[in-house]
Design a protein around this ligand. Structure first.
Ligand SMILES: NC(=O)C1=CN([C@@H]2O[C@H](COP(=O)(O)OP(=O)(O)OC[C@H]3O[C@@H](n4cnc5c(N)ncnc54)[C@H](OP(=O)(O)O)[C@@H]3O)[C@@H](O)[C@H]2O)[C@@H](O)CC1
Ligand SMILES: [K+]
Length: 524
């Protein structure tokens, strides 16, 4: 599991080490680890460090200090290192180390043609020249701002990043790799906000612990690969702001049949999904459940959809019967009276009986006022915006939710009482005790019609398989939702690595992905 902490938590954990060790020791360790990682990247890209070109973007604080010390180490290994200062201040010891190692230092000339006062004798260069150097080098280190950032980038740094990011986005492959020092500069370190220009990173080397904002959307989309440098911080007892499950965590959560299992004990899922207008949603939801490992699936819907469901998945049983959990809503048009009433009735009955439920798509507008946390909502941004708007006098749109997914997922949880899984390139889950998960497991190709229906069925199967546990410990609902997001995302990658994938193909890849997750663990 990757745990994400706030800037304040990391600073508090650093404090004892700063007090007990020699001045600058922690930064030197951080910078050395960064240099080693960048050295590996240079060897991958150029075959060697010696002779490669590295440009450091250096801000006024310790984040710039990290970049300068790492640059000094790379210069000692033979790289040609250029530091571009964007501020009147820069980390003194870092600057001295870089210059002593043979690195060059320039400072960006402002719009008025005057170098920033106090830029310490560094050679002035035009912004355009600095950008040209950066776009032509092998690796750019973004050390403008780290956990001391307040808001998005400003001033010269903002302009430099805006223009360089545009240039690199347009450029053919072969441009520099971008390594973010601790965080891509200017992201919301605690909340993943993106409030200004950013240089998307190929790799983020973060110190002491992952920062929450690196895991949370929208910033999670610009961090690239994240590597945590262990600085020996003691974070025991500090509750992380966000968690990201990895395969091993999912293996520990997954219901695996024991030797005496039978289909009923493994968990029966009831599904109400699909209407005459959207019959495929019924097929996809039950496919997610069957392929995801439900002991049995019961389907309730109009005759035409039932026929389509049974023809696609002969394992499904049509009609009512005992179930351990429900999956409701995919392809259900709330104006289709019969199917909408069925969703309402089933939901009401499930709440009385205390059964876990997944509610998706059309089912979201059929929810009663408050539900328990073992009801899991699975909206996308537009659906979540509607849910919040209908229940409050706040006018929330899809774009607002996409800009601050965690904030709005929390709001939806407050308003409904449900566990909320907000789908997106990074899926955010908010559960009991404000437990937050952020999963970024699927390829962008997964944004395809019907993939959410498969997730609903898969999560339903998981809740059915662990229904008794979820009722006893409702915190589990959020963990299972995050686990379903991981398996769903990786199944998409498995179905068609690097290429387009259909929703049914994602469902069909679920068994192999579940097997891969469970590889090496015993039965529950
Ligand atoms: N503690 C340690 O020992 C270790 C720390 N480490 C490293 O230190 C980093 C934190 O360093 P930090 O605290 O100096 O803050 P940092 O992120 O460099 O920025 C602060 C400066 O930026 C400015 N500024 C703020 N917002 C701005 C904006 N929007 N746009 C423009 N400017 C803005 C702000 O200006 P001010 O607000 O003061 O006017 C201030 O001058 C951390 O991320 C990690 O890399 C590691 O080496 C491990 C050991
Ligand atoms: K940075």
């Amino acid at each position: 599991m990757i745990l994400g902490y706030t800037a304040a938590q990391v600073r508090a954990a650093e404090q004892p080490l700063l007090e007990s060790g020699p001045a600058g020791a922690l930064m030197e360790r951080a910078a050395f680890a960064l240099a080693v990682r960048v050295g590996r990247l240079l060897r991958e890209r150029r075959g060697r460090v010696r002779g490669s070109a590295v440009v450091l973007l250096v801000g006024p604080g310790n984040n710039g200090g990290d970049a300068l010390h790492a640059g000094a180490e790379l210069a000692r290994r033979g790289a040609r290192v250029l530091a571009v200062l964007t501020s009147t201040r820069a980390h003194d010891a870092g600057l001295a180390a870089l210059v002593a190692a043979g690195g060059r230092v320039v400072t960006v000339v402002g719009e008025d043609g005057v170098p920033p006062a106090g830029a310490g004798g560094a050679e002035p260069v035009w912004l355009g020249d600095a950008i040209a150097e950066a776009s032509a080098c092998d690796v750019v280190l973004d050390g403008l701002l780290g956990i001391g950032a307040r808001g998005g980038l400003r001033g010269e740094a903002a302009e430099l990043v805006l223009l360089l990011a545009e240039l690199l986005a347009d450029d053919a492959p072969g441009g520099p790799a971008v390594v973010a020092v601790d965080t891509p500069s200017g992201v919301g370190v605690d909340d993943g906000a993106v409030a200004g220009p950013l240089l998307p990173a190929d790799l983020t080397v973060t110190f002491g612990a992952a920062k929450a904002g690196l895991l949370l959307p929208p910033a999670s989309g610009v961090v690239g690969q994240v590597e945590v440098v262990d600085l020996g911080l003691d974070l025991v007892g500090r509750t992380p702001a966000v968690a990201r499950l990895e395969r091993d965590d999912v293996a520990a959560l997954w219901p695996v049949p024991g030797a005496s299992a039978q289909k009923y004990s493994r968990g029966v899922l009831g599904v109400v999904a699909g209407t005459a207008a959207y019959p495929g949603a019924g097929v996809l939801t039950v496919s997610g459940a069957v392929r995801g490992g439900a002991g049995m699936v019961r389907y309730l819907g109009p005759p035409g959809v039932t026929a389509a469901v049974l023809s696609a998945r002969p394992e499904v049983v049509a009609g009512e019967g005992r179930v351990q959990a429900w999956a409701l809503g995919p392809g259900v048009d709330p104006h289709d009276r019969v199917q909408a009433d069925r969703v309402r009735d089933v939901l009401g009955e499930a709440l009385v009986q205390g059964l876990p439920v997944v509610v998706d798509a059309g089912g979201l507008s059929l929810l009663p006022g408050r539900v328990p946390p073992w009801v899991v909502l699975t909206p996308h941004a537009g659906e979540l915006a509607d849910l919040v708007s209908v229940r409050t006098d706040e006018e929330v749109g899809r774009a607002a939710v996409e800009a601050e997914p965690l904030r709005w997922a929390r709001r939806a949880r407050e308003l409904t009482g449900a566990t909320v899984l907000l789908k997106g390139p990074t899926t955010v889950v908010v559960g009991v005790h404000d437990a937050v998960y952020a999963q970024a497991d699927g390829p962008a190709w997964l944004a395809t019609a019907g993939s959410g229906d498969v997730l609903t069925g898969l999560l339903g199967a998981l809740l059915a398989g662990r229904a008794a546990d979820v009722l006893e410990d409702p915190t589990l609902a959020a963990a299972l939702a995050a686990a379903a997001a991981l398996v769903h995302g990786r199944a998409a990658e498995r179905a068609q690595p690097g290429g387009p994938v259909s929703a049914l193909a994602v469902a069909d890849a679920l068994p192999a992905e579940v097997a891969a997750v469970l590889d090496g663990r015993g039965a529950r």
